[in-house]
Design a protein around this ligand. Structure first.
Ligand SMILES: CCCCCCCC/C=C\CC(=O)SCCNC(=O)CCNC(=O)[C@H](O)C(C)(C)COP(=O)(O)OP(=O)(O)OC[C@H]1O[C@@H](n2cnc3c(N)ncnc32)[C@H](O)[C@@H]1OP(=O)(O)O
Length: 243
C-alpha cells in the first residue's frame, strides 16, 4: 500500500477513512496474507496527523477525526496480515505511529530522514495508546525519554534505539521489504497470528475499553485555547521555515 497524498501524506480524515477501507479490503481478501506500507511521496513517509483537522473545528469534527485515528490504529495493530513498514522518508508523530504499529520496520538509511513521537514539541501529549505501542517496541526507558523530549530521531539513531529494525540503502528498500515479508510468510498463519494477538491484546483491549473516554479526552484537550494557540504557532513556524 503506497501513501500518495502530497505534499506530505498528512493523516487527514479523508486519508484515514481511505486507509481503513483499503486495509479492510485486504484483510477480507483470503489471497492477501501481508501488506507493505510505504510512500509514493518523495522524502516523506507521513507527516503525522493533519494539524488542520485539529485547529478551529467543531466538537463534532474533533470527535469524528479522533474516532478515525483510533480506527486506523485498532485495525492495523490487530491485523491478521503481516505488516511491514518500508519507511522511505521522514515520519513524525502519527506517521511514526503507523510504522510502530506494523510488525517490522525497515528505514532508508538517509541521515536527513527522521522519525519519532514529537508531540511534546507541539505542546500536545501523545495518548496512552501511542505510548503503549512505543513502549512495546523500544522499552520503557527509551520511550519515556524520547516522549518527554518529543525527540525526532535520525535514521541511524532510530536504528540504534530499536525504533526501526533495520536500515538499508534507499534503492534497496523495496527488495528488502519483500524479502522480509517472504520470511514472515514462511510461517504457518495461525501460529503467527495467535502469537501476535497474545503479544498485543492487552494494549488493544485498553483502548477498546476506554474508546469513548479517549474521544472525550481528546476533544477537551484539543479545544483548550492554549492548545489551539500552540498548534497555530506550530503551523506558522512550518510556513515560515519555507520563506
Ligand atoms: C488526552 C489526549 C490528548 C491527545 C492530544 C493529541 C494527540 C495528537 C497525536 C499526534 C499528533 C500529530 O501527529 S501532529 C503532527 C505532527 N507532525 C509534525 O510535527 C510534522 C510537521 N511537518 C514537518 O516537520 C515537515 O512538514 C516535514 C518534515 C514533514 C516535511 O518538510 P518539507 O520541507 O518537505 O515540507 P513543508 O514543511 O514545507 O510542508 C509542506 C506543506 O505541508 C504542510 N504540513 C506539513 N506537515 C503537516 C501536518 N502534519 N498537518 C498539516 N499540514 C502539514 C506545511 O505546513 C506546508 O504547507 P504549505 O505548503 O501550505 O506551507
Amino acid at each position: 500500500m503506497k501513501f500518495k497524498s502530497p505534499p506530505v501524506n498528512s493523516l487527514s480524515l479523508d486519508f484515514l477513512t481511505e486507509f481503513c477501507i483499503s486495509l479492510e479490503k485486504l484483510e477480507n481478501d483470503r489471497a492477501c496474507r501481508g501488506v507493505i506500507l510505504t510512500s509514493a511521496v518523495p522524502k516523506i513517509f507521513s507527516s503525522g496527523l493533519d494539524i488542520t483537522e485539529m485547529c478551529g473545528k467543531s466538537t463534532e469534527h474533533y470527535a469524528e477525526f479522533w474516532r478515525a485515528v483510533q480506527e486506523m490504529w485498532l485495525r492495523l495493530y490487530s491485523s491478521n496480515m503481516v505488516t511491514v513498514a518500508a519507511v522511505n522518508g521522514s515520519s513524525p508523530a502519527g506517521g511514526c505511529l503507523i510504522a510502530l504499529t506494523c510488525d517490522y520496520r525497515i528505514m532508508a538509511e538517509n541521515p536527513k530522514f527522521s522519525i519519532g513521537l514529537n508531540e511534546a514539541q507541539l505542546g500536545i501529549v501523545a495518548p496512552f495508546w501511542f505510548k503503549d505501542t512505543f513502549v512495546n517496541v523500544v522499552g520503557h526507558r527509551v520511550a519515556e525519554r524520547s516522549l518527554q523530549l518529543g525527540s525526532l530521531h535520525s535514521a541511524p539513531e532510530a536504528h540504534r534505539i530499536g525504533l526501526v529494525d533495520e536500515l538499508v540503502p534507499e534503492e534497496k528498500l523495496k527488495d528488502r521489504a519483500t524479502a522480509v515479508m517472504q520470511q514472515w510468510l514462511a510461517l504457518p498463519d495461525h501460529a503467527r497470528q495467535l502469537t501476535k494477538t497474545m503479544m498485543r491484546k492487552a494494549v488493544l483491549d485498553r483502548l477498546v475499553a476506554h474508546r469513548e473516554e479517549d474521544v472525550q479526552n481528546f476533544i477537551s484537550f484539543i479545544s483548550k485555547e492554549s492548545i489551539q494557540k500552540s498548534l497555530r504557532m506550530y503551523m506558522e513556524m512550518l510556513k515560515k521555515k519555507k520563506s
